[in-house]
Design a protein around this ligand. Structure first.
Ligand code: FAD
Ligand code: MLT
Ligand code: ZN
Length: 406
């Protein structure tokens, strides 16, 4: 069968697809003698769920691992099967009077297992942290078929290495995650959203700092640049900041905003305003398709003080081939490059490394960024990763070619 990723950039042949319904069936797949590539919702953006090896590979699709336990009102925890879509976990938590700390535009398809395997971020990181911070414990099947289960609900457990910590962000290379025990949060007060034109990222960060000084609970701070807004037919200068606070929904937590800011208070208004920011991935994908290519996506972080100089460098390098949006308060920018003529990985990612940043802030390494891992991780760190991989997967059957050079 042909396997293709969400972006259309990565495709490969697999010998077949298995859809296990239980931990035992996952172990059976791992004993098949084939290499195994695990796939959840297939919304990953770095080709990590497409076979990256010439070895015959089985696709292990987790979407039937859909068990979902009750929310424990005393601990604020819930156990969820790896294949449950993020949006279902959000709804399940809300129905029980809690909230889940991760939200991203791919919520209807991205699975809990996939978000843990990529340590996904999204728009609520500024408030609740990355996926790793939501994970109490992971249950997973290792390459030899053994099951590790830290999803037992112990918030405090200092008995040696955290296997769950290792599995967060492991991109299918260390084990197949079958279930996750998640920590939920009390729901915030009703939110107010401000959409504020700002001339620079520094100015955006000043607005964020001012809002934080009011004591309001900051829920999100996102930016979109003029090149991205131009794809929607809007002609603006500078940036648009999307800032959301939990202030009861009366806008007071946003402080004094400029006259040209828009405010969204009720759910419908906020949804309409957020749609612009949330639509960026598909919008840039379509822009690239119209230019007869696929978008070159760079998901980077740079130190907060260097955001504007970094963007200036990128625009100097790429001109009107580049658009920028992202999670400004996390120092995480998404650069979208549309260029049918050549790839820009080396130039862009070398500049990221020089700026003291990371070649992947949230999407992971997959195959797309594999040649560039050494730009922002040291030789000692990569050697430690290789040692862990060799110890847990000596036959190299789990996602060979993803994250580490096989
Ligand atoms: P897949 O794409 O199926 O797999 C991703 C990786 O995880 C692969 O390496 C795969 O092998 C591994 N994997 C999947 N399930 C398991 C498992 N059970 N056990 C072990 N390994 C597994 N990402 C962000 O961080 N922030 C965002 O804001 C964000 N927004 C997005 C918006 C859109 C429109 C799209 C299309 C993507 C976005 N993403 C974002 C990327 C993507 O949604 C995340 O990486 C998500 O975590 C992937 O989940 P998935 O279930 O689709 O995983
Ligand atoms: C986002 O922040 O919208 C996501 O990480 C997706 C993307 O970068 O396209
Ligand atoms: Zn993002």
């Amino acid at each position: 069968v042909e396997v293709r990723d969400w972006t259309g950039r990565f495709a490969a042949e697999a010998v077949g697809v298995v859809r296990p319904r239980s931990v035992a069936e996952v172990a059976q797949a791992l004993a098949s003698g084939y290499a195994v590539t695990t796939r959840g919702g297939n919304t990953g953006l770095v080709g990590g769920a497409v076979p990256a090896t010439s070895r015959p590979t089985l696709m292990l699709d987790t979407t039937l691992l859909t068990g979902m336990g009750p929310v424990d009102d005393r601990s604020g925890q819930v156990t969820v099967g790896a294949g449950v879509p993020l949006a279902q976990v959000q709804a399940h938590a809300e129905a029980a009077g809690w909230t889940y700390g991760i939200d991203l535009a791919a919520r209807d398809s991205a699975t809990i297992g996939g978000t843990v395997a990529t340590n996904a971020g999204g728009i609520r990181v500024v408030r609740y942290g990355m996926t790793r911070a939501q994970v109490v414990g992971v249950q997973a099947v290792l390459a030899d078929g053994s099951v590790v289960d830290e999803a037992r609900g112990l918030l405090k457990d200092n008995t040696g290495y955290s296997l769950s910590g290792l599995l967060c962000g492991s991109e299918g290379t260390l084990g197949v995650i079958t279930a996750v025990r998640l920590a939920l949060h009390r729901p915030p007060r009703a939110p107010s959203l401000g959409v504020v034109p700002v001339p620079s990222l520094d100015a955006a960060l000043d607005v964020v700092a001012a809002v934080r000084r009011t004591g309001a609970e900051l829920l999100a701070a996102e930016v979109v640049d003029a090149a991205s807004l131009a794809l929607l037919g809007e002609s603006v200068r500078g940036w648009r900041l999307f800032i959301e606070v939990a202030d009861g929904g009366a806008a007071e937590g946003l402080g004094a905003l400029p006259d040209d800011a828009e405010v969204g208070l009720d759910a419908a208004a906020r949804r309409r305003l957020w749609a612009v920011r949330e639509g960026m991935t598909e919008l840039w994908g379509r822009a690239a398709a119209q230019a007869g290519t696929v978008v070159q996506k760079y998901d980077v972080s740079v130190p907060m003080v260097g955001l504007d100089p970094f963007v200036a460098h990128m625009r100097g390098l790429l001109g009107d081939r580049v658009g920028v949006f992202g999670h400004v308060a996390d120092g995480n920018l998404h650069l979208e490059v549309v260029d049918p003529d050549r790839e820009w990985d080396e130039e862009v990612l070398t500049l990221v490394a020089r700026a003291g940043g990371s070649v992947s802030a949230e999407h992971g390494i997959g195959v797309a960024k594999r040649p560039w891992l050494g730009l922002t991780r040291s030789a000692a760190e990569i050697a430690a990763m290789r040692a862990i991989k060799a110890a847990l997967d000596p036959r190299g059957i789990l996602n060979p070619g993803v994250l580490l050079d096989p």
